[in-house]
Design a protein around this ligand. Sequence first.
Ligand SMILES: Cc1ncc(COP(=O)(O)O)c(C=O)c1O
Length: 956
Amino acid sequence: MSYTPVDYNPYDFANRRHIGPSPAEMEEMLKVVGVKTLDELIDQTVPASIRQSIPLGWAPLSEHELLARMRAVGARNRVMTSLIGQGYYGTVTPPAIQRNILENPAWYTAYTPYQPEIAQGRLEALLNYQTMIADLTGLPVANASLLDEATAAAEAMAMAERVAKSKAKGFFVDHGCHPQTVEVIRTRAVPLGIEVIVGDPAKMEPEKLFGAILQYPGTYGHVTDFTKEIAALHAAKAVAVVATDLLALTILKEPGAMGADIAIGSSQRFGVPMGYGGPHAAFMSCKDDYKRSMPGRIVGVSIDARGNKAYRLSLQTREQHIRREKATSNVCTAQALLAVMASFYAVFHGPKGLRAIAERVHFLTNRLARALKAAGAKVSPKAFFDTITVEVGVGQAGILAAARHEGLNFRKIGSDRVGISLDETTDEKVLIRVLRAFGIEGVPPHRATLGFPEDMVRQSDYLTHPVFHMNRAESEMMRYMRRLSDRDLALDRAMIPLGSCTMKLNAAAEMMPITWPEFGSLHPFAPADQAAGYREAIEDLTAKLCEVTGYDAFSMQPNSGAQGEYAGLLTIQAYHRARGEGHRNICLIPVSAHGTNPASAQMAGMQVVVVKSAPNGDVDLEDFRQRAEEAGENLAACMITYPSTHGVFEETVREICKITHDFGGQVYLDGANMNALVGLVKPGEIGSDVSHLNLHKTFAIPHGGGGPGMGPIGVKAHLAPYLPGHPETGGHAGVGPQNANYAGPVSAAPYGSASILLISWAYCLMMGGAGLTQATRVAILNANYIAARLKGAYPILFMGNKGRVAHECILDTRPFAEVGVTVDDIAKRLIDNGFHAPTMSWPVAGTLMVEPTESETKAEIDRFITALMAIRAEIEAVEKGEISAEDSPLRHAPHTVEDLVADWTRKYPREQGCFPPGAFRVDKYWPPVGRVDNVHGDRNLICICPPVESYAQAAE
Ligand SMILES: Cc1ncc(COP(=O)(O)O)c(C=O)c1O
């Protein structure tokens, strides 16, 4: 038999792997849509006037070639033992956590747990996280993560201003805070009119303050009991924030015991690699009185329809999607996956294990200090946990070089000191190398003496909940992680058709490099010559993003889309200031905008003016013009989303940009919908000045159950000089926007969560320019296919003038309310069919916004359509009066195994309830809880692990 070669191109990642429908399936889909070719559909969908003329240029790599390239780039990084500290420490990720969580799509491809019934696993892990934070900090309420330590500190300042009874305008910042924390606070303070006073806490003047942030262990190692300072702040009705370190708190007196109101910090050293800056979960906890002012997500405990315990996100009315510019913060994407990792690290080690790690680190530091002192070195501070500094005078360069010769990075402090922070990975061999760098041979013996006063020893218990005391055999750990992930519906089970969230494939090859030590073990402030690989990756990714967007420069600092918005607006303000137009402060935002837009504008100190929508969903051009005219010389910016949040390519986008520019404003184009543009339209060519890209949407970073994300901002050349600076990258140190023209830093690390930039870079490299463009085209095809198939059953809101949607479509479910069927009923019923609900009630209340992305196959999309058709038939039964909405499977959804096995008293068959069309029979997804009672959860807020007895009660 003669051999026939198959038509298989290893470079064809775009078509064979990332893009769901096969060419033959696409043919069938195009027929349903009613066009002959994909080109024809794109021509009908994307206005010719905005299309880019030059296609994206670069060639694709095969998976194999990509991984080889990544190895070569990784090898250009030089991994040294970084003892720099300053908020980032070596840590050992337990392999069981690396493999079962960080490298497990069941965890990393999940979405933010807005639909609690399909998210009980990650909600439990996040509740464990909150319990861990509340216990270790000694404060009763904790949130489920913030973006990084520095932004958590800035959030705490804003929160302190909200809750403080003092009306003073000053906020005191301990000079012992990490420098990046100080700078991010400064950035945040300026637009809010807060006066930041940096200094020695002993000299604080509380009557001038509404709050203060004090840090222990300090950036130079000081362990201080702030009880007195906190009492003084309270006497002046000011709020006390404490920045601290979780590992230290296992042996040091906790902030709660000092009277602190709010505690913040990073949970990085609980098993999350440094990753050249991130991602890591920052934490925040507070006193009970302040919980309603807390930023970020809070997981709470509620009950389901059967009265069983169920977890959910609580107090959501604080958040940006409801409160908009009055929200407690703009936080949307946070750091869920990293919080989950940190919580498992605590479960894995338990309180005794954590304490043992802390003691080991502390006693090694103690031995180091003794050895240095014995050799005559000037070592400070007197009271320390894991960090000391050594006065080395003019010998600084020599000591740093000797350390490097030993494979070590010390921290350079001023011109005459070095800092050394030890961590979990430090052992006696490292100690010997450290001492050799000072010319000292050998180490002193272990002596269990404390390096801080006895009255700083922690007196209270922590992590007493049984979850932190389970049998820690790896079998048990592995099964616990598996049990939790089995409760959840992530992309590894089914399509997640969330409009605006772009839940696309996160390919395995893209994910692999992030756990390689050559990327994971780099300290963000390591000398630049050790990060040549990262530099190459970041520069090439920047070049590709510039090509994709038509912008001229990027800042990789923002850790989420919302942070990108904030950073972009600060950049615009800095530009206006530099031109002597600092008075411009009005920001026009369409009513349909995502809640983060107004929340970010508020954080940037801008006045939000809302612009109406026209009946077809477009921005109302006349209203826009009028608002711009009214703003006149005070117009700072407009924020638009393109294609619009309604999923339409508005023909008027150039006009909107022009009006804004005519009145001297700048255009911020929210890049959340970039998945409809890549390769077809460049925002920078249609009049926009700045955009963030949600790399965790369009550029394949997984959503992690609510983060990580990255929201880098691209700008046109005229804004480039004003992009956020950073104290560690030179030039911008010590100056904030008050006395310089550029925006101050918005993140703790210069390149934000640098390690996950590798995912987006890998995605771009493997897809190639043509592959990325094809992805956009197929995303548009998939959405239009859904719209075409469903339009008879559900009204489709907002189509372009040729009857096409962009990469998502809105199903109008409001008409069903007349017979009592709500959008919630449909969303929950989809769970029975084995699907995550589409985006609910945004941008239009009572509707569902569906975004399939290019990665879904026709078969999966058809399964989804089958499910929605079956739901429509159930609604019709209600409409015809065959069954009431209350008695229907829609209202009882989702159905659990308990429903299946309980006495069946429902007015519809068990089969219909539990196995509706679209649901798999063998691989059926069973939600672990029935419909969750939201009101109960908010009325009875519990946001730490409930006592075990309550589980027993619930089961009774
Ligand atoms: C239109 C739009 N803008 C901004 C954001 C905020 O992005 P992030 O969640 O990364 O902060 C989102 C998130 O869903 C969005 O859909």
